[in-house]
Design a protein around this ligand. Sequence first.
Ligand code: ZN
Length: 433
Amino acid sequence: MKAVRLSGLSAAAGAQTETPKLELCEVERPSRKTAADVLVRVLCVGLDGTDRELVSEKYGVPPEGEHSLIIGHESLGVVEEAGEDSGFTAGELVCALVRRPCTDPGCVNCRNGKQDFCETGEYVERGIKGAHGYLSEYYVEDARYLVRVPAGLLRYGMLTEPQSIVEKVWDEVQRIQQRLVWQPTTAVVLGSGPLGLLAALTCRCLGLDTLVWSKSAPDSPGADIVRACGAEFQQAVERRAEAAGAGAAAGTARSTDAAAATGTGAGAGAGTGAGDGARAASSPLSELLQAKGKRADLIVECTGFSPLAFDAMTALGPNGVLALLGVTPGSRHIRVASDAINQELVLENKCVFGSVNASRQDFETGLYRLQQIEERFPGVLDRLMTDRLTLERVPELDFGKIAIKAVVDVIPREQWSGLVQEQGAGIANSFSV
Ligand SMILES: [Zn+2]
């Protein structure tokens, strides 16, 4: 069967001897080994920032003893063959969880089905770390890591994995905020990439007044989606040159992160370089919120530009929660107004947390939410999947030119419905919304 793999990897992360590159290859079709195994025929696979970074930051880890990794962790497929103990039948639409638990008996979270909170770091992630992904014509998976997708979600079921990341955040936020009487009205989403947009759409479904702050242009496809769901789009402004101090520092910031339109990397607080005791921790983001008279009850950081995480701490309102989702494999250092930020966190009961991966429950809530989004904002999820390509074209893909989200159609879309067994339109309810 055909697959797309990242070659030139060694089993030890960071020990690559050559630049990894994506290539189309012919590999043996996997076969079921246990009665719980399911053979899945892949319809499509979404690509995201992690896939881009697997190539550019070289952190992909192949399965033990191999030197290449089949990528792809956002999948949608159809059951081709199901083992008798799997609970699945041929023709069912499925997506797959990404992370598999570590084997350490002492890892209480992996031992309790919460591998998204693995404590050892020895987990395996399909398409990322230690196991092949789904960007191939078929894959085999144990039924416990498959999630049934209603046939009514065929067109956009591929978005279940990225949506599960958002659902995990909302689940955590609700648990954290049980510490007080919380009646949120305003959410701020940083970034208008696929994750930021799904976060914004979710916030709108939850009835929150939503502001999206992004480096993208106001006439970008992402900004259009933001407005289509009734959220407000605000293009991030460049930090003022005088606050950045030396021009050389600003130049460094430009060279280290072209995406960094929302900070210079040279001080997260105006006046940090002055040495005059100024402790203001304002930022363009907090100034904007102030000017609009908005109090951010929830901020979701989806840019992966780390200085913005510190800006968000100051922009967050009293009793608010800041969720950090951006993975930042770089080595950026900045100066921050640490006293002021710390004091605000303490005196205003603010909470900052990081979140990665998701549980089965988050996938299931994600399915419900995608359906809710589609009902409330018809067509918006289709518009999010801007770049469609075939398996053959993946090696030549320029990740920098993807408008919002790239999806690899392993099977042409017009053939999908013929492969899926009809099983009702959608989900009537969710356990966790
Ligand atoms: Zn673990």
